[in-house]
Design a protein. Sequence first.
Length: 198
Amino acid sequence: MIEFIDVSLPPVLENFNFRVDKGEFLFLVGKTGAGKTTALKLACFKTLPKSGEVKVMGVSSKRISPQNRLIVLKKTGLFLEQPLFFEDASLVNNLLYVIGSNRSRALESLNIVGLLDKKDITPPKLSRGERDLLQIAILYAKKPILALIDEPTAFLEDRKWKIMELITELHILGTTVFMTTKDEEVLKRYPYRRIYLL
């Protein structure tokens, strides 16, 4: 599903090798600045390596094009440090842009994360934590083949177990999960495979 082969992107990653198999749940663990977010950006081809190769769903960073990057992104759900929203569209329309015309599914996902009462407002009116909840709602509604998730509990301490429950449900339904974290409580409760960055 994902493979990093001798990937270097100074100053954070040097000759980095690992793979995430289809159906796996993998934690990438490390302190701030260790390269966790950089690895996720590489895995969605938002950033390309200085050397080495990243492969995602058979698409290689060495032969990346706008078209095959879009193919990967259509099958991928993202939870990023800087979310990608349609800032002028309502919350429910943000979900509909991603999942199609299934309005009931969009409303259900907003309800699950506690944003149903804000369905008609736009993302700029949300707090940082609420923007992260919107990302989770989109991820949950999309049910992607691959989920790339960057520190989902960092700004949602009071909701983190609900968030992890939703991510785990996606995994059980077949989504491959590649998630960064430095939350020791999450790591203790969820004994999935992990890779540590120093």
